[in-house]
Design a binder for this molecule. Structure first.
Ligand SMILES: [Zn+2]
Length: 314
């Protein structure tokens, strides 16, 4: 056995071995940077690894993944190249299939507004994409600005709260109010008291609306936000609830594990319908987040720019 190993070592020229070590080192750096959400730096490290060892397919895979959060065009080139160079590698068949699929999806993604471009991702704030990714997969909007119908808000305080929430999100994601409910992408419904009897503050669900135009039936997504009326919400509470439900409507199908995020509070209790005897929505009162955090935004940016959930290679 020992002689076999020696023979292999002798066959490899020393420079090739040095290159491989260098490639390994860059690969490891890339992985660490990727895990810190420093995607541009990670992509650069993976590029160095591939340069030192062009057959380092794991590095090429992670390189493409990092570039999705840097520049879509670069990512398309990366994945295509990987599919080509690894086409005959028996151990990489599955990943080559994934590379092909990601090229197709990336090519079909629409042009996003500036706010959703990867350049607005702030690495130091990181994200909770991995928590919501699986459920949020198919919920990206394709056309902006989104049209929002606020509807007939039952009282003035609430109307102010909802409008403030709309205004805050609008600063970040292009949306506009519409007076026509049939035209709305996102609509608030205020007559749903019955369905949320057990402590829900609000609820958001997507409906598919079918329309017949001539002989064609077209479908489109409409996000419905319902807010429980059983309680006398203050304006601040209404703003916080609306901010949160709008976050769901924008595509975040899950909740942040951190209290400072708009997609944190209320939720666990609300969505899973855990009754808290004698306490009606404690989190709403305790931790009113006044606007989406950079983590909330980072999560949206990652969701919109990542064509399907995969984890980096080890
Ligand atoms: Zn929620």
């Amino acid at each position: 056995m020992r002689s076999v190993i020696l023979a292999i070592l002798i066959l490899l020229p020393p420079t090739a071995r040095a290159d491989r070590d260098a490639a390994r080192e860059s690969y490891q750096q890339g992985n660490e940077l990727f895990d810190q959400s420093r995607f541009a730096d990670a992509a650069a490290a993976f590029a160095r690894a591939i340069e030192a060892d062009p057959k380092f397919f794991e590095a090429a895979y992670n390189h493409a993944l990092a570039d999705e959060m840097v520049d879509r065009k670069k990512a398309i080139v990366d994945w295509s190249k990987l599919a080509e160079t690894a086409a005959n590698a028996p151990d990489f068949k599955y990943q080559v299939g994934q590379a092909d699929a990601r090229v197709q999806i990336l090519k079909m993604l629409p042009d996003y507004p500036d706010a959703l471009q990867p350049s607005h991702y702030v690495p130091s704030a990181s994200d909770y994409y991995s928590v919501i990714a699986e459920d949020s997969e198919s919920d990206r909007w394709r056309q902006f600005p989104l049209k929002v119908w606020i509807g007939d808000v039952p009282n003035g305080n609430w109307a102010q709260g909802v409008r403030e929430a709309f205004g805050i999100w609008k600063e970040m994601i292009p949306m506009e109010l519409t007076p026509d409910p049939d035209e709305a992408d996102i609509r608030f419904d205020w007559d749903t008291e019955q369905s949320m009897a057990d402590g829900h503050a609000g609820e958001e669900s997507d409906w598919v609306q079918f329309q017949r135009v001539g002989n064609d039936v077209t479908s489109r997504k409409v996000a419905h936000i319902s807010i429980a009326q059983a309680r006398n919400w203050s304006r601040d509470e209404m703003r916080a609830i609306s901010l949160h439900e709008l976050g769901h409507a924008l595509g975040i199908r899950g909740h942040s594990p951190s209290k400072g995020d708009i997609m944190y509070w209320q939720v666990q209790e609300g969505r899973r319908r855990v009754p808290i005897p004698g306490v009606y929505y404690p989190l709403v009162i305790k931790s009113l987040v006044s606007k989406p955090s950079q983590r909330d935004l980072n999560t949206l940016i990652r969701l919109y720019n990542t064509p399907g959930v995969v984890t980096r290679m080890n």
